[in-house]
Design a protein around this ligand. Structure first.
Ligand code: HEC
Length: 233
Protein backbone atom coordinates (compact mmCIF):
# COMPACT_ATOMS: atom_id res chain seq x y z
CA UNK A 1 0.00 0.00 0.00
CA UNK A 2 1.45 3.30 -1.05
CA UNK A 3 0.35 6.79 -0.28
CA UNK A 4 0.25 7.77 -3.96
CA UNK A 5 -2.28 5.02 -4.59
CA UNK A 6 -4.68 7.12 -2.54
CA UNK A 7 -3.47 10.67 -3.08
CA UNK A 8 -2.64 12.57 -6.21
CA UNK A 9 0.79 14.34 -6.31
CA UNK A 10 -1.13 17.59 -5.78
CA UNK A 11 -2.77 16.26 -2.60
CA UNK A 12 0.53 14.81 -1.40
CA UNK A 13 2.14 18.25 -1.66
CA UNK A 14 -0.69 19.79 0.37
CA UNK A 15 -0.39 17.06 2.99
CA UNK A 16 3.37 17.67 3.25
CA UNK A 17 2.96 21.40 3.68
CA UNK A 18 0.22 20.92 6.27
CA UNK A 19 2.56 18.59 8.19
CA UNK A 20 5.34 21.18 7.95
CA UNK A 21 3.02 23.86 9.33
CA UNK A 22 2.06 21.62 12.27
CA UNK A 23 5.71 20.82 12.97
CA UNK A 24 6.62 24.50 12.83
CA UNK A 25 3.81 25.34 15.22
CA UNK A 26 4.89 22.58 17.62
CA UNK A 27 8.47 23.75 17.64
CA UNK A 28 7.38 27.31 18.43
CA UNK A 29 5.26 26.03 21.32
CA UNK A 30 8.16 23.89 22.52
CA UNK A 31 10.53 26.86 22.31
CA UNK A 32 8.22 28.95 24.50
CA UNK A 33 7.35 26.12 26.82
CA UNK A 34 10.86 24.87 27.44
CA UNK A 35 13.01 27.95 26.97
CA UNK A 36 11.23 31.27 27.26
CA UNK A 37 8.80 30.52 30.08
CA UNK A 38 11.30 28.76 32.36
CA UNK A 39 13.75 31.59 31.60
CA UNK A 40 11.25 34.20 32.74
CA UNK A 41 10.38 32.19 35.81
CA UNK A 42 14.02 31.79 36.64
CA UNK A 43 14.52 35.54 36.30
CA UNK A 44 11.61 36.19 38.63
CA UNK A 45 13.23 33.91 41.21
CA UNK A 46 16.61 35.52 41.07
CA UNK A 47 15.82 39.24 41.26
CA UNK A 48 19.08 40.43 42.71
CA UNK A 49 18.76 42.19 46.09
CA UNK A 50 20.30 45.29 44.62
CA UNK A 51 17.30 45.86 42.37
CA UNK A 52 15.02 46.24 45.34
CA UNK A 53 14.63 49.87 46.26
CA UNK A 54 14.82 50.64 49.93
CA UNK A 55 11.34 51.50 51.16
CA UNK A 56 11.15 54.70 53.03
CA UNK A 57 8.47 55.05 55.67
CA UNK A 58 6.25 58.12 55.41
CA UNK A 59 8.68 59.93 57.60
CA UNK A 60 11.84 58.40 56.26
CA UNK A 61 12.62 56.59 59.49
CA UNK A 62 12.37 53.12 58.01
CA UNK A 63 16.03 52.71 57.22
CA UNK A 64 16.32 49.14 55.93
CA UNK A 65 19.82 48.76 57.29
CA UNK A 66 18.71 49.54 60.83
CA UNK A 67 17.10 46.28 61.79
CA UNK A 68 19.28 43.18 61.92
CA UNK A 69 17.73 39.73 61.60
CA UNK A 70 16.89 38.30 65.03
CA UNK A 71 15.59 34.90 66.03
CA UNK A 72 12.42 34.51 68.11
CA UNK A 73 12.94 35.08 71.80
CA UNK A 74 11.00 33.85 74.77
CA UNK A 75 11.47 36.22 77.67
CA UNK A 76 10.38 35.26 81.17
CA UNK A 77 8.65 37.76 83.48
CA UNK A 78 11.06 40.33 84.89
CA UNK A 79 11.73 41.33 88.46
CA UNK A 80 10.25 44.87 88.69
CA UNK A 81 13.08 45.91 91.02
CA UNK A 82 15.58 45.53 88.18
CA UNK A 83 13.78 48.01 85.93
CA UNK A 84 11.89 50.52 88.07
CA UNK A 85 15.03 52.30 89.22
CA UNK A 86 17.98 52.88 86.93
CA UNK A 87 21.05 50.68 87.30
CA UNK A 88 24.26 50.46 85.33
CA UNK A 89 23.34 47.45 83.15
CA UNK A 90 19.92 48.87 82.38
CA UNK A 91 21.35 52.26 81.42
CA UNK A 92 24.03 50.74 79.18
CA UNK A 93 21.40 48.72 77.40
CA UNK A 94 19.05 51.72 77.20
CA UNK A 95 21.71 53.97 75.72
CA UNK A 96 22.55 51.42 73.04
CA UNK A 97 18.89 51.03 72.05
CA UNK A 98 18.43 54.80 72.16
CA UNK A 99 21.39 55.36 69.85
CA UNK A 100 20.09 52.78 67.40
CA UNK A 101 16.37 53.52 67.49
CA UNK A 102 15.63 57.00 68.81
CA UNK A 103 18.62 59.23 68.08
CA UNK A 104 17.76 59.58 64.38
CA UNK A 105 14.79 61.73 65.40
CA UNK A 106 15.48 62.89 68.93
CA UNK A 107 19.21 63.52 68.42
CA UNK A 108 22.13 61.87 70.23
CA UNK A 109 21.69 64.17 73.24
CA UNK A 110 17.90 64.23 73.13
CA UNK A 111 17.62 67.79 71.87
CA UNK A 112 15.06 66.80 69.24
CA UNK A 113 17.54 67.64 66.52
CA UNK A 114 18.22 64.28 64.85
CA UNK A 115 18.47 64.25 61.04
CA UNK A 116 15.38 62.02 60.78
CA UNK A 117 13.27 64.61 62.57
CA UNK A 118 14.14 67.60 60.41
CA UNK A 119 11.02 67.81 58.27
CA UNK A 120 8.58 66.47 60.85
CA UNK A 121 5.49 68.23 62.17
CA UNK A 122 5.14 68.03 65.09
CA UNK A 123 8.87 67.99 65.74
CA UNK A 124 10.44 65.24 67.83
CA UNK A 125 10.37 66.16 71.53
CA UNK A 126 13.38 67.94 72.95
CA UNK A 127 14.13 65.83 76.03
CA UNK A 128 16.32 68.55 77.57
CA UNK A 129 13.34 70.86 77.98
CA UNK A 130 10.40 70.46 80.27
CA UNK A 131 7.88 72.24 78.05
CA UNK A 132 5.21 70.77 75.77
CA UNK A 133 5.31 67.09 76.67
CA UNK A 134 1.96 65.58 75.75
CA UNK A 135 1.92 62.42 77.83
CA UNK A 136 4.10 63.80 80.59
CA UNK A 137 7.64 63.28 81.85
CA UNK A 138 7.16 60.79 84.70
CA UNK A 139 8.52 57.28 84.27
CA UNK A 140 5.07 55.78 83.72
CA UNK A 141 4.21 58.56 81.23
CA UNK A 142 7.25 57.88 79.08
CA UNK A 143 6.62 54.15 79.28
CA UNK A 144 3.08 54.81 78.04
CA UNK A 145 4.40 56.90 75.15
CA UNK A 146 6.66 54.04 74.15
CA UNK A 147 3.83 51.57 74.49
CA UNK A 148 1.21 53.50 72.54
CA UNK A 149 3.04 56.12 70.52
CA UNK A 150 1.50 59.56 70.03
CA UNK A 151 -1.43 59.72 67.65
CA UNK A 152 -1.09 62.08 64.71
CA UNK A 153 2.69 62.24 64.95
CA UNK A 154 5.61 60.19 63.76
CA UNK A 155 6.19 59.04 67.33
CA UNK A 156 4.96 55.50 66.76
CA UNK A 157 4.47 52.74 69.30
CA UNK A 158 7.68 50.95 70.20
CA UNK A 159 5.90 48.03 71.81
CA UNK A 160 7.88 45.66 69.62
CA UNK A 161 10.75 46.34 72.01
CA UNK A 162 10.82 44.27 75.19
CA UNK A 163 9.29 45.74 78.33
CA UNK A 164 12.76 45.88 79.83
CA UNK A 165 14.13 47.81 76.85
CA UNK A 166 11.23 50.23 77.03
CA UNK A 167 11.88 50.82 80.73
CA UNK A 168 15.58 51.27 80.00
CA UNK A 169 14.66 53.85 77.36
CA UNK A 170 12.34 55.67 79.75
CA UNK A 171 15.24 56.06 82.19
CA UNK A 172 17.57 57.18 79.41
CA UNK A 173 15.04 59.78 78.20
CA UNK A 174 14.75 61.12 81.75
CA UNK A 175 18.52 61.19 82.16
CA UNK A 176 18.83 63.45 79.12
CA UNK A 177 16.85 66.28 80.73
CA UNK A 178 18.22 68.05 83.81
CA UNK A 179 14.84 69.04 85.22
CA UNK A 180 12.46 67.51 87.72
CA UNK A 181 10.49 64.82 85.92
CA UNK A 182 7.92 64.57 88.70
CA UNK A 183 7.22 61.88 91.27
CA UNK A 184 5.55 58.75 89.99
CA UNK A 185 1.99 57.92 90.93
CA UNK A 186 2.21 54.89 93.28
CA UNK A 187 -0.81 53.35 91.58
CA UNK A 188 0.83 53.58 88.15
CA UNK A 189 4.02 52.06 89.53
CA UNK A 190 2.05 49.23 91.17
CA UNK A 191 0.39 48.55 87.81
CA UNK A 192 3.78 48.45 86.08
CA UNK A 193 5.15 46.12 88.75
CA UNK A 194 2.26 43.79 88.17
CA UNK A 195 2.72 43.98 84.42
CA UNK A 196 6.41 43.09 84.59
CA UNK A 197 6.14 40.34 87.16
CA UNK A 198 3.00 38.64 85.88
CA UNK A 199 3.80 37.65 82.32
CA UNK A 200 6.75 37.05 80.11
CA UNK A 201 6.77 37.90 76.43
CA UNK A 202 7.54 36.35 73.09
CA UNK A 203 9.46 38.40 70.59
CA UNK A 204 8.84 36.92 67.12
CA UNK A 205 11.50 36.34 64.47
CA UNK A 206 12.61 39.53 62.83
CA UNK A 207 14.25 40.18 59.50
CA UNK A 208 15.56 43.46 58.11
CA UNK A 209 13.10 45.57 56.16
CA UNK A 210 15.11 45.30 52.93
CA UNK A 211 15.10 41.51 53.24
CA UNK A 212 11.35 41.49 53.90
CA UNK A 213 10.80 43.56 50.75
CA UNK A 214 12.87 41.13 48.72
CA UNK A 215 10.88 38.19 50.04
CA UNK A 216 7.60 39.98 49.28
CA UNK A 217 8.74 40.79 45.73
CA UNK A 218 9.72 37.19 45.13
CA UNK A 219 6.46 35.83 46.49
CA UNK A 220 4.54 38.33 44.36
CA UNK A 221 6.49 37.30 41.26
CA UNK A 222 5.82 33.63 42.00
CA UNK A 223 2.12 34.21 42.49
CA UNK A 224 1.88 36.16 39.23
CA UNK A 225 4.31 34.14 37.12
CA UNK A 226 3.35 32.83 33.66
CA UNK A 227 1.70 29.43 34.15
CA UNK A 228 4.03 26.43 33.78
CA UNK A 229 4.59 25.06 30.27
CA UNK A 230 2.41 22.03 30.91
CA UNK A 231 -0.70 24.21 31.06
CA UNK A 232 0.00 25.99 27.74
CA UNK A 233 -2.17 24.66 24.93
C1 HEC B 1 10.46 59.13 63.40
C2 HEC B 1 11.01 59.97 64.40
C3 HEC B 1 10.98 59.48 65.83
C4 HEC B 1 11.64 58.39 66.37
C5 HEC B 1 12.53 57.41 65.65
C6 HEC B 1 11.33 58.40 67.76
N1 HEC B 1 10.52 59.45 68.07
FE1 HEC B 1 9.88 59.99 69.92
N2 HEC B 1 8.87 61.52 69.12
C7 HEC B 1 8.82 61.87 67.80
C8 HEC B 1 7.95 63.00 67.61
C9 HEC B 1 7.64 63.68 66.30
C10 HEC B 1 7.46 63.34 68.88
C11 HEC B 1 6.50 64.47 69.24
C12 HEC B 1 5.09 63.97 69.17
C13 HEC B 1 4.09 65.07 69.42
O1 HEC B 1 4.48 66.14 69.86
O2 HEC B 1 2.90 64.79 69.19
C14 HEC B 1 8.07 62.40 69.80
C15 HEC B 1 7.84 62.41 71.18
C16 HEC B 1 8.46 61.57 72.06
C17 HEC B 1 8.29 61.65 73.49
C18 HEC B 1 7.48 62.69 74.24
C19 HEC B 1 6.07 62.27 74.43
C20 HEC B 1 5.28 63.37 75.10
O3 HEC B 1 4.78 63.13 76.19
O4 HEC B 1 5.17 64.44 74.52
C21 HEC B 1 9.06 60.66 74.03
C22 HEC B 1 9.23 60.34 75.50
C23 HEC B 1 9.70 59.97 72.94
N3 HEC B 1 9.30 60.54 71.75
C24 HEC B 1 10.57 58.93 73.10
C25 HEC B 1 11.15 58.24 72.03
C26 HEC B 1 12.03 57.11 72.20
C27 HEC B 1 12.49 56.57 73.53
C28 HEC B 1 12.35 56.69 70.95
C29 HEC B 1 13.17 55.48 70.56
C30 HEC B 1 12.61 54.22 70.96
C31 HEC B 1 11.70 57.57 70.01
N4 HEC B 1 10.98 58.49 70.71
C32 HEC B 1 11.82 57.46 68.64
C33 HEC B 1 9.50 61.25 66.78
C34 HEC B 1 10.28 60.13 66.91
Amino acid sequence: MKLNDYLSPEELKRLASALLAVLGFLSIVAFFGFTVVPGLRYQAHTLPDAQVQAVQGETGWLDPTDYPAMPREVIPPIDPKTVLTPNATLMTRGKAVYAQTCATCHGPDGKGDGPGGLGLTPKPRNFTEQAAWKNGTRLEDIYRTLDEGIKGSSMVSYNYLTKKDRMALAHVVQSLGAFNHGASDPKAIAALEKLFASAGEIIPNRIPVARAVTVLCREYAEAHATPPASTIR
